[in-house]
Design a protein around this ligand. Structure first.
Ligand SMILES: NC(=O)c1ccc[n+]([C@@H]2O[C@H](COP(=O)([O-])OP(=O)(O)OC[C@H]3O[C@@H](n4cnc5c(N)ncnc54)[C@H](OP(=O)(O)O)[C@@H]3O)[C@@H](O)[C@H]2O)c1
Length: 330
């Protein structure tokens, strides 16, 4: 039987999610890849155990993570039964709906019809009575925001979600969402945007909206799906890499210019005594408004390496300037 490390809270850094009572680990584990029905259960299990043993108390899921859709939540349900059941109250589990999940007009975007049914399905797959955070996964240009908010308020009132989040909403839509929720006396806990050295869109206003409203920032793909690691630095595409699978990342994304940039960033990382992956994580976490960085890991050794980023979150002005120069030269 799995027994979690007794030292698991000794080294992790926890940050408060905006103006709330909830703290999250600076590094969280995402289930988008590596936990689906076509992945090896025991590998995912080893990653999840290692994560929890090192203080990663937050696992991030969504209805359609897999493949096939739903299977990452089923895997989490199995992990809960096998290993984590005694630790349920030490874990923050999030799920989402908003992308395509089932056929027809009621399995996508932001209607109340979709969101309510989807959360019920997610709870069944995971074997949970409630999730800690429910996210609307992406904005819906067609559904009135009032309806999406109403659905999510209902989830909280019914005790099926403790806290609420949104993902990939632009600054203006985020403010509207916060205001509508506020009318119901519910605070938006977190926003989940993409953010990495290669993707800095949140610096263009979203960061300020979140800060001003006391909303936490939980960033996804901080390693740019593996680009900001040693994976592709040698100019090859490893056969077991995400780029080789050509689903969300493709070898064509790794242009000679990008490769040159990654190699320069790697040199800066080495000067700091870090790997590229570690520096990329330290860099997103240098901003104290970033509550947590959700990473993916296809094996325990990647997670080990990534968690060690927390040993050095400090950047000198010169290092930040060097990094900016490399990024501007793109
Ligand atoms: N809200 C949203 O719309 C949204 C969208 C995307 C993701 N997310 C969330 O964010 C989580 C993380 O996303 P992500 O998987 O794209 O994050 P990521 O951390 O940027 O990329 C993870 C991938 O990079 C590679 N990798 C990680 N550490 C490595 C290391 N030390 N050395 C070499 N390779 C390494 C692995 O890929 P390989 O080994 O397979 O090459 C791993 O699966 C997701 O699981 C999900 O929970 C949310």
């Amino acid at each position: 039987m799995y027994q979690a490390e007794t030292s698991r809270y000794d080294h992790m850094l926890y940050r408060r999610a905006g103006r709330s009572g909830l703290s999250l680990p600076a590094i969280s584990l995402g289930f988008w890849h590596n936990f689906g029905g076509s992945d090896t259960y025991e590998t995912g299990r080893a990653v999840a155990r290692l994560a929890f043993d090192r203080g990663v108390t937050h696992f991030d899921l969504a209805n359609n993570y897999g493949p096939p859709y739903g299977s990452a939540e089923e895997t989490f349900g199995q992990l809960l039964r096998d290993d984590f059941h005694p630790y349920r109250d030490e874990l923050v589990i999030s799920t989402k709906a908003g992308w395509d999940m089932w056929p027809g007009p009621y399995g996508d975007f932001g209607s109340k019809k979709y969101l309510i049914a989807s959360l019920d399905q997610s709870l069944k797959r995971m074997g949970l009575d409630y999730v800690d955070i429910f996210y609307h996964h992406r904005p819906d240009p067609e559904t009135p925001l009032e309806e999406t908010v109403e659905a999510m308020v209902q989830m909280v009132r019914q005790g099926k979600a403790l806290y609420l989040g949104i993902s990939s909403y632009e600054p203006d839509e985020t403010q509207r969402f916060i205001d509508l929720l506020g009318r119901e006396n519910i605070h938006l806990l977190v926003h989940q945007p993409s953010y990495s050295l290669l993707d800095r869109w949140i610096e263009d206003g979203l960061d300020t909206v979140l800060e001003q409203n006391g909303v936490g920032t939980v960033v996804f793909s901080p390693l740019a799906q593996g680009l900001l690691t040693s994976r592709y630095l040698g100019g090859q595409i490893p056969t077991d890499s995400r780029a080789a699978r050509r689903v969300f990342l493709s070898p064509d994304d790794i242009t000679p210019d990008l490769l040159e940039q990654l190699q320069q960033l790697d040199r800066i990382a080495r000067q700091r005594g870090q790997s590229l992956a570690q520096m990329a994580l330290s860099w997103v976490l240098r901003d104290h408004r970033v509550t947590s960085a959700i990473i993916g890991a296809s094996r325990p050794s990647q997670l080990e390496e990534n968690l060690d980023a927390l040993k050095n979150l400090h950047f000198t002005k010169d290092e930040l300037a060097q990094i900016d120069r490399v990024l501007q030269d793109a």
